[in-house]
Design a binder for this molecule. Structure first.
Ligand SMILES: [Zn+2]
Length: 388
């Protein structure tokens, strides 16, 4: 009996210790999981005889510029501090992608909501942060008409950032990248254009990719035919401020995966929605229904929705083994937008939430802000894993 009791106490202590360690590890680093609900199965794919190549793809959500973000300091625009604290994560990935939800052209005055037009200096800061590809197709693509659509493409081209979803010349619109012997094709579509499609002549409407199922299926199949190992689809869809995907989002995401998409990156709701890992034969394919806002003026104080100030960088490991292309790991790096007054304007900085909450950034954040950032971190992880 005594012996049994000792064992029981030891076992209980061990259980508590393990639970404590798991708890600690959850709070410790960016959250990593090999898959959501599927085990790493590369061994089953006959990989032992085949070479394996890997690369990382970091994806984040909406990059937006409201009117309070485009104020001048000493007569000039400065966006360089926006991504100061996250650029190391962005640059560390082999490829980094985001949704640019604005336009840039000197043909119209600069403006925040409702018809966005952002100074070109913002594009330089996106480039300097480390982004390689941006989706330029969303409901704001035509906010400054054809001039803005073309100005945006030109600004990114000059900065050396690829764009997908809007086009200045007719073609299939597929953007190709090759990293570590892995070929990736990018596609992007938007559910609509805020009623501004008539700003393009009828014979110019190929300049924007609409969320048209027939076209999406044809495009995804074309990427596979042309040799894509991984096809990544940006989808601008869903309902604003809704923390759960709609049935339409779920159905279309699953169709896209079945047509051959390996990664589906959702945006538009301005809040984060959950993710899913889908198993298709020997491959894991990843969907995130909404990546939320990466940078914007939306936050608790401005729109009374705390979810709008929370974002995430999702880092996917893409692994190619023979003809099997799988998303072998997912790392979540939740972010939070810090807004504060600085000379002549407001400063905005995207912070990696965990590092900020731990006080490891050189910022003097109040106890209440630290608490707010800590809950941004835990709530974001729960939301994406579908456990909240
Ligand atoms: Zn949108």
């Amino acid at each position: 009996m005594h012996r049994f009791k000792t064992w029981w106490i030891a076992l209980t202590a061990l259980t508590v210790f393990v639970a404590f360690c798991i708890g600690l590890s959850v709070l410790k680093r960016p959250v990593t999981f090999a898959s959501l609900d599927v085990v790493d199965d590369s061994s089953q794919a006959g990989s032992s005889l085949q070479e394996t190549q890997e690369m990382t793809l970091l994806a984040t959500g909406d990059i937006m510029y409201h009117s309070t973000q485009i104020l001048k300091t000493n007569g000039s625009y400065d966006f360089e501090d926006n991504f100061k604290y996250v650029s190391s994560y962005i640059q560390n990935a082999d490829l980094a992608v985001a949704n640019f939800e604005s336009t840039t052209t000197t043909a119209y005055p600069y403006s925040g909501y409702p018809q966005f037009n952002t100074p070109k200096e913002a594009v330089a800061s996106i480039k300097n942060a480390g982004f390689d590809v941006v989706s330029t197709v969303n409901n704001h693509s035509l906010d400054t008409g054809k001039a803005g659509l073309l100005g945006t493409l030109q600004a990114f081209q000059e900065a050396g950032v690829s764009t997908v979803g809007t086009m200045s010349s007719r073609g299939d619109g597929i953007v190709w990248k090759e990293v570590n012997g892995i070929t990736i094709a990018f596609l992007a579509y938007s559910y609509g254009f805020n009623g501004l499609l008539e700003r393009l002549d009828e014979d110019e409407r190929w300049m924007v990719n609409a969320l048209d199922e027939v076209k999406i299926e044809a495009d995804i199949r074309l990427t596979k035919k042309q040799g894509a190992d991984f096809t990544v689809v940006f989808a601008h869809w869903g309902q604003e401020y809704r923390t759960e995907p709609t049935i339409d989002q779920e159905e279309l995401a699953h169709k896209m995966v079945n047509w051959g998409a390996n990664v589906v990156l959702g945006s538009h709701p301005h809040v984060i929605e959950r993710s899913e890992m889908i198993k298709v034969e020997d491959e894991q394919r990843y969907i995130i229904y909404s990546l939320g806002n990466f940078i914007s003026d939306q936050r608790l104080e401005s729109v009374n929705d705390i979810n709008t100030e929370r974002g995430v960088m999702v880092e996917l490991t893409l692994r190619k083994t023979g003809s099997v292309n799988t998303v072998s790991a997912v790392t979540l790096i939740p972010t939070w937008v810090y807004k504060y007054s600085c000379p002549g304007r407001y400063c905005y900085q995207v912070l990696p939430a965990l590092a900020a909450a731990e006080g490891s950034l050189d910022l003097n954040l109040s106890e209440s802000l630290l608490k707010r950032i800590r809950s941004a971190y835990t709530e974001t992880v729960k939301r994406i894993k579908g456990t909240s």
